[in-house]
Design a protein around this ligand. Structure first.
Ligand code: ARG
Length: 373
């Protein structure tokens, strides 16, 4: 399938204008790209285009409250990484550089696009395993099917609540998937305790420092980068109000309420709400004490307000998806709650793509073998 020339030209026109590159340069570049597309069906982004494209994709991510920092993502060009070990090293390097000892830096590592480029099967580079057992799920229920695929591929999890999953990567669309353990020393994690209620620590909760989304594709000027893992830092509600609290995830509200001595017999004691807030306090305090960057939802909302101001000043409309922008804790305390945002999908942007491990789930997978053959 050939890249649509109009998409390429549209991106070049927009981005070159933003970068203040003059029109003769743009016209030259458009000519070269048109010729490249005619000859090869595709074209190669320059480093400058890759950088501005990735930044615009973040800026256009309607669900993201953290977009004030869109201009500060560091872009790594990994389009030359071909072998499994090169791809693995690029991913390990991403984890290390983004983690930065806790002072988290937004990073994106962009791999070769197309069928001869790599595939990453993980939802995030770092995530916890989930195991179905007779007594319910051990670990993260969101990871049960991916964990099963990892085990079909020969990995064996320790059956703990917080086991770091391995990376599953393919060299290209036709290659066998490789299961690669992440060295524990590059994975920063935070044990969760509460500043006023020591019993919360007895729950043994922990979470990793850096969320690195690896399942989405990045689209820039008609080119689809199917492997382009990216990260920011956490907002505390993601962990405290969703990952730990959702019934379909770690489902810890009742356990937290019990540690706090709340009356869980009556819904109208608001024990769920109180447990939620204290759990979020615990997450924030634990990350702060561990010197791992995290933002609370009030500060994040204020930062989003600044982003809106900046965008308006730049003459750009602020697009957004309201239901995602409002935090799950005390949403009406943020200005976004009282506003509406057009959910227009602009490009460049990040999009979901079919999870590759889903295919492996329905097909028998030989140990270390390929699920497709
Ligand atoms: N909500 C996801 C999680 O809890 C992470 C999504 C990306 N979040 C971020 N702050 N960049 O793991």
């Amino acid at each position: 399938m050939s890249v649509r020339t109009e998409e390429a030209i549209e991106f070049l026109t927009k981005s070159y204008a933003e970068l203040g590159i003059d029109v003769t340069e743009l016209e030259k570049r458009v000519g070269v790209v048109q010729q490249e597309i005619t000859q090869k069906g595709t074209y190669l982004h320059t480093m400058e285009e890759l950088v501005i494209g990735a930044k615009m994709a973040w800026r256009n991510s309607n669900r993201c409250i953290g977009r004030l920092f869109w201009d500060r993502i560091q872009v790594v060009d990994a389009r030359e990484a071909k072998t499994v070990s090169e791809i693995r090293d690029a991913l390990f390097e991403h984890i290390e550089k983004a983690t930065n000892g806790g002072q988290i830096r937004p990073f994106i590592t962009i791999f070769k696009p197309g069928s001869d480029g790599p595939r990453i099967w993980n939802h995030q580079l770092i995530r916890y395993a989930g195991y179905a057992s007779e007594h319910g799920v051990i670990g993260d229920p969101a990871s049960v099917s991916f964990t099963q695929v990892c085990e079909k591929l020969g990995w064996r999890g320790a059956r703990g609540e917080f086991d770091i999953l391995p990376l599953v990567i393919q060299e290209n669309a036709d290659a066998v998937p490789n299961v690669i353990e992440i060295p524990p020393e590059i994975v920063l994690e935070v044990p969760i305790a509460h500043p006023e209620f020591p019993s919360i620590a007895e729950l043994g909760l922990r979470w990793y420092a850096v969320p690195i989304i690896s399942e989405m594709k990045l689209e820039i000027g008609g080119i689809t980068y199917q492997a382009a893992p990216f990260n920011g830092w956490y907002m505390e509600t993601e962990i405290g109000a969703r990952n730990f609290a959702d019934q379909g995830r770690y489902n810890k509200l009742a356990a937290v309420a019990e540690k706090l001595g709340l009356n869980t017999k009556r819904l109208d004691s608001l024990w769920k709400d109180r447990a939620l807030v204290e759990l979020n306090v615990a997450v924030l305090d634990s990350y702060h004490k561990a010197k791992v960057q995290i933002v609370d939802h009030h500060t994040a909302a204020r930062q989003f307000g600044q982003f809106e101001t900046n965008e308006q000043a730049a003459g750009r409309e602020v697009t957004g998806e309201w239901a995602w922008l409002i935090p799950p804790v005390s949403p009406a305390t943020t200005h976004m709650f009282h506003q509406r945002y057009p959910n227009k999908i602009l490009k460049p942007n990040f999009f979901y793509q079919d999870a590759l491990f889903k295919r492996a789930e329905i097909m028998p997978v030989k140990r270390g073998g390929c699920p497709f053959h």
